[in-house]
Ligand binder design. Structure first.
Ligand SMILES: NC(=O)C1=CN([C@@H]2O[C@H](COP(=O)(O)OP(=O)(O)OC[C@H]3O[C@@H](n4cnc5c(N)ncnc54)[C@H](OP(=O)(O)O)[C@@H]3O)[C@@H](O)[C@H]2O)C=CC1
Ligand SMILES: O=C(O)[C@@H]1CCC=N1
Length: 274
């Protein structure tokens, strides 16, 4: 896979995360090409990672065996129509990371003969701890599916979903999920500073606690409920905090938040042509 040219259209947050992760996994920078309308973003990626950049999307498609579409969902139709003439008989493989844009809509915009893998990665790909779910259209060959999986697996875990609609749930869970943890970290830091800790100490302890909790959760055979119980001494401090979280309906809030994100993904797909 690393000998093939991999193209990115869109040089924003998610492209930067994927490129950073791929390069730290040993993907040669000279085999990565990127285009964007924003030259400052191209310059930034070229400086940080040494990738080749272009202001013209067609230049990226013409050079690539695989093209990752990393523009906002609302821009995808115009980008797809712009590159359609260069996408023929399933080549290059198209990987879309756009939230809520269905394979059928993208295929239509691309001219009706594209091999498309839709996936939902997340920004921790930058540090090779990404979480991605994938789904492919019928035209995608087993070799193309393996290639897409290998690209995303290089920056974290990658799993296939059986039905494309499930990518909306994945978007709401792990696509947006890093932001949920960051929100909790922000709130924990603020609380700690209110209790008198300085900002630097509050941040360090919060970060290390998040990392430690995630590592234990990954390495243990036990689920989060049991792991939580191990921290919660009867009559102790954690119990008091958990009572406040449960009393404030944290679980209901999380359910509502994730359902709202899922609904937004479905709404985007309706707005953007199903
Ligand atoms: N951010 C995340 O955590 C995740 C995002 N995604 C998906 O990834 C996609 C990109 O998101 P994100 O990286 O956050 O978005 P960004 O806005 O950071 O990046 C998109 C980039 O595309 C550029 N662009 C706009 N028009 C064109 C065009 N015609 N041709 C080429 N480039 C263009 C934008 O430039 P300009 O800003 O000037 O418009 C911008 O630099 C979205 O579809 C999103 O749903 C998926 C998983 C996680
Ligand atoms: O907020 C968004 O729409 C994108 C998709 C998942 C994460 N960021």
């Amino acid at each position: 896979m690393k000998t093939q040219t991999l193209g990115f259209i869109g040089a924003g947050n998610m492209a930067g995360s994927l490129i950073g992760g791929l390069i730290s996994d040993g993907y040669p920078a000279e085999n990565i090409v990127v285009s964007d309308v924003d030259t400052a973003k191209l310059k930034d990626l070229a400086t940080r990672f040494g990738v080749q950049t272009f202001e013209n999307n067609r230049s990226v498609v013409d050079r690539s065996q695989t093209v990752i579409l990393a523009v906002k969902p609302q821009i995808l139709e115009s980008v797809a129509r712009e590159i359609a003439a260069a996408v023929q008989e399933g080549r290059p493989l198209i990987i879309s990371i756009a939230a809520g844009v269905r394979e059928t809509a993208l295929d239509r915009w691309l001219g009706g003969n594209a091999s498309i893998v839709r996936c939902m990665p997340n920004t921790p790909a930058l540090v090779k701890t990404g979480a991605t779910a994938l789904h492919a259209n019928d035209r995608t060959s087993p070799a193309q599916k393996s290639l897409a999986e290998a690209i995303l697996r290089a920056v974290g875990v990658a799993v296939w979903v059986e039905r494309e609609e499930l990518l909306d749930a994945v978007t709401a869970l792990s696509g947006s999920g890093p932001a949920y943890f960051f929100l909790l970290m922000e709130a924990m830091e603020d609380a700690a500073t209110e209790l008198g800790l300085d900002k630097t100490t509050a941040r360090l302890l919060t970060q290390q606690t998040a990392l430690g909790a995630a590592r234990i959760a990954i390495e243990s055979d036990e689920g989060p409920a049991e792991l939580r119980r191990r921290v919660t001494s009867p009559g102790g401090t954690t119990e008091k905090a958990i009572e406040v979280f449960e009393g404030g309906s944290l679980r209901r809030l999380v359910l509502e938040a994730i359902k709202a994100a899922n609904a937004r993904a479905a709404e985007l797909s309706k707005q953007l042509g199903e």
